[in-house]
Design a protein around this ligand. Sequence first.
Ligand code: ATP
Ligand code: MG
Length: 224
Amino acid sequence: MKPLGIFGGTFDPIHVGHLRTAFELLQALRLGGVRFVPTGTPPHRERPVADAQLRLRMVRAAVADQPGFAVDDREVRREGVSYSVDTLSELRREEPDRPLCLLLGMDAFLGLPHWHRWRELLDLAHVIVAHRPGWNVPLTGPLGELMAERVTDTIGVLHERLAGCIHVHAVTQLEISSTELRQSISAGLDPRYLTPDAVRDVLRDSGCYAGHDAERVRRGTSAR
Ligand code: ATP
Ligand code: MG
């Protein structure tokens, strides 16, 4: 069975940096599919600006036309804080014989030691690290040690084993972030070509991020 890719994120909003990365990994690693998993209440960061249902709607709109891409809403449905280790444990129970590949940008990978029960993640899945601009592969510390033990350059190994390998993969560098998108939408600029038209339609219909200083609202510092 071809490996299943799992791509988590706040997706506040989803953009072509996410989509192109997932698509290149889908093809290059010969994955059977990629599941986009929007976070509910993320543990490692500030509360998202768009609520979970709207982020979910945007992710659904973004992936609807790509075979092999699907949305998994379990973290949004889950009560309280969502942890990747819980999501992967559930997926492992559902797919006992299928390799699982957790897809991460390099910035997310570098934060891995702060994740809940992070060492267990590799018992449940492979970790695929997509290069992002400005971030280097860790050579020292707990991640450097883990890389030395676990890294593989061979895609076949990701198909033969169910979990446990780290694979670093170069993808087209698209220097786009949700943070910058929110700021530019809030400043009245059009996000066209940075996110699919279907997402842009949802953004326009919902008025999300527009008409107020979204970053200040999120920090609770806006009086208006
Ligand atoms: P924010 O600016 O709010 O942090 P983001 O654009 O970084 O948003 P996230 O939802 O934080 O998006 O990221 C989800 C996943 O997508 C992470 O693994 C992250 O590394 C990866 N990612 C985000 N942006 C890109 C990009 N431009 N290219 C490749 N991977 C990306
Ligand atoms: Mg980010």
